[in-house]
Design a protein around this ligand. Sequence first.
Ligand code: SAM
Length: 224
Amino acid sequence: MDQDTEERFSFQHARTRMVEDQIRRRGVTDSAVLDAFLRIPRHCFVSEQYQPEAYQDHPLPIGYGQTISQPYIVALMTEQVNLQSSDHVLEIGTGSGYQAAILSCLCERVDTIERVTPLANQAERIFKELKITNVHVHVGDGTLGYPPAAPYDAILVTAGAPQVPLPLKEQLKNKGRLILPVGDRWTQVLQIWVREKGDFINESIIPVVFVPLLGKCGWEEKPQ
Ligand code: SAM
C-alpha cells in the first residue's frame, strides 16, 4: 500500500470510529445524518498540523481565533433541525465549512455566511476541491440573516448569541427550525425554535460552549 492509500484508509477508519463512539453512542441515530458524517472528510477542513486530531472528540483551531466545533455537537445540531431533501438551509458562521458540507448531503441548498473573509474564501476552496456544489458562501454579518435567499426551512447558528436575533426568526418559513446557542460569552444553552405561523415554540437542549456571535444583533466586537 502506498503512503497516500494508507493515509486514506487510516482517516476512513478514524471517521468510522468517530461516528460510532462519539455520535451514535451519544444518541444521534438518524441514518442519513450518520451517513453524511461517514462521507465528509473532516481532516480536509483543518490545517495539516491538526489533521491527525481531525476525528477526535473536541473542537480544533481554524485560525483567526475561531474553531471547528466538536463532531458530536455538529451532529446533534444537524439531527435536531430534521432536514428534508428539498430543504433550503441557512448557516451562520461558515468557519471551516465542515458543518455546511454535512448539511449539503441532507438538503437541496445551503447558504452560509461568515464575517471573516479569509475563512469564507478557504471554505469555498475546500467545497470546490470536494466537488460540493450546493453550498453558497457569503461574507457579512449573519446576525442579520441573509435576506436575498430567505425564507429558509432551517437556520443553524454556529456561534454563541446573547439572544435570538430577530431577523433570523423573521427569515424562517412556517414550520421552519432555528437552532442556536444562547447565553453569555463563555457558556450557552443550545436552543431550538420552531415557527408555527406567527408564534414560536422553543426548547432548550444541552449546555454548550461556542465562540461569540459578533454583529448588530449579536455581541459587540471588542476593540483590539
Ligand atoms: N460552522 C463552523 C464549522 O463547521 O467549522 C464552525 C464555526 S465557529 C464555531 C463560529 C464562526 O462564526 C466563526 O468562524 C466566526 O467568525 C463566525 N461568526 C461569528 N459572528 C458572526 C456573524 N455575525 N456573522 C457570520 N459569522 C460569524
